[in-house]
Design a protein around this ligand. Structure first.
Ligand code: BYC
Length: 313
């Protein structure tokens, strides 16, 4: 009885757009769903540093190297905001990483594709960050306070990231025939993975109904995907590039672009760990984490020493 009343009050708060804060009562399923989504989001930010890091030593100028380095550092920061938000739900950072390393937690499928040329760095900024922004602007309105506030901060930085990528692609598109080809090839390879970032269609999305009811998500996977497609097609036209979809067409009735069916076999294959880069990405993260063990031990030893000192004083 008590829980039913609490649940009713909880839903009333959600309906009134009042944020849920860490110490507020919340249904266990709400907490679990947030733990899952926020930690996966954090993992995406951190694993997403790898495909870009691949080009740090080969950036074509000092300017582009400095910008890329700053962008990758931002992604680390985003991961940290999100881990902190997720930790307010009572799960430790060690546990999140354990779930990631064991394959129990996911990260965005898109980061399992390789960055073969410098144009891929442009495509990640333009398309992958472009898709992430559409999703994250919407998530600023999520019902959980710490997640929402992390999103506000992240979105400010993401718009810079998207422009960084667009600038690279725009420069290549205006360059020699070979450079234009590089930009086109990157678009060809990143377009569909970026569309898949929004997850399965609404009818196949296991979590969407409940997440929308609890305003963890404010818009559905397909609504966000359509917004991304509509805005990106326009940008591609300005660049003079062609999207790898022969069925792409403005639907006069809906005012939106129609696209070909998405290759869900490819999507689920990558999500299940069999994409081109899954094993490399995870192995690299595990190694970096193990290599950093001494830093964590030193930091804890220092903290303990300072705590002991302050007790004596
Ligand atoms: N990849 O019921 P659904 C960045 C899973 S980083 C992998 O619709 P939900 C950047 C889903 O988890 C920012 N798995 O789920 C960084 C679920 O499986 P589980 C990236 C996916 O949660 C560096 C199952 O499929 N953005 O911008 O309601 C460099 C059923 O799906 C994917 C985020 O992380 C996928 N694409 O909706 C550059 C966004 N899609 O958990 C850039 C945060 C679905 O039951 N996350 N799955 O085992 C979200 O907004 C939502 O979680 C999703 C999925 C829209 C992705």
């Amino acid at each position: 009885m008590e829980d039913a009343k609490k649940l009713e009050e909880f839903q009333a708060k959600i309906d009134a757009d009042i944020k849920i804060e860490p110490k507020d009562w919340m249904p266990e399923k709400y907490r679990q769903n947030l733990v899952r989504q926020i930690s996966q989001h954090a993992h995406s930010e951190i694993i997403g540093m790898q495909p870009e890091g691949n080009w740090l030593t080969r950036a074509p100028s000092l300017r582009s190297k400095k910008i890329l380095m700053a962008k990758i550092q931002d992604e680390a920061g985003h991961g940290l905001y999100l881990y902190c938000a997720a930790e307010t739900l009572g799960v430790s950072r060690e546990q999140f990483l354990k779930w990631l390393h064991e394959g129990a937690a996911k990260y965005s499928s898109v980061f399992n594709y390789p960055t073969l040329t410098w144009a891929d760095i442009g495509a990640i900024g333009w398309l992958v960050d472009g898709a992430a922004i559409v999703n994250q602007v919407s998530l600023q309105g999520t019902s959980y306070g710490p997640y929402s506030r992390a999103m506000v901060k992240i979105c400010k930085e993401e718009s810079f990231h998207q422009r960084q990528g667009y600038e690279i692609i725009a420069d290549l598109s205006k360059g020699t025939e070979e450079q234009k080809q590089m930009a086109q090839d990157a678009l060809n390879r990143w377009w569909w993975p970026s569309i898949m970032m929004f997850g399965p269609h609404d009818g196949d999305s296991a979590h969407s109904n409940q997440s929308l009811k609890w305003k963890i998500k404010r818009e559905s996977n397909d609504e966000l995907r359509q917004r991304y497609v509509d805005k990106t097609i326009h940008q591609g036209e300005i660049l003079g590039l062609t999207f790898p979809d022969e069925n792409l067409k403005l639907n006069e009735q809906t005012g939106h672009y129609d696209i070909s069916p998405i290759d869900w076999d490819e999507f689920w294959n990558v999500v299940k760990g069999n994409g081109p880069g899954n094993r490399i990405r995870l192995a690299h993260h595990i190694k970096a984490h193990d290599d950093g063990a001494w830093v964590r031990e030193a930091a804890i030893a220092y903290r303990n020493k300072m705590n002991a000192k302050s007790k004596i004083a």
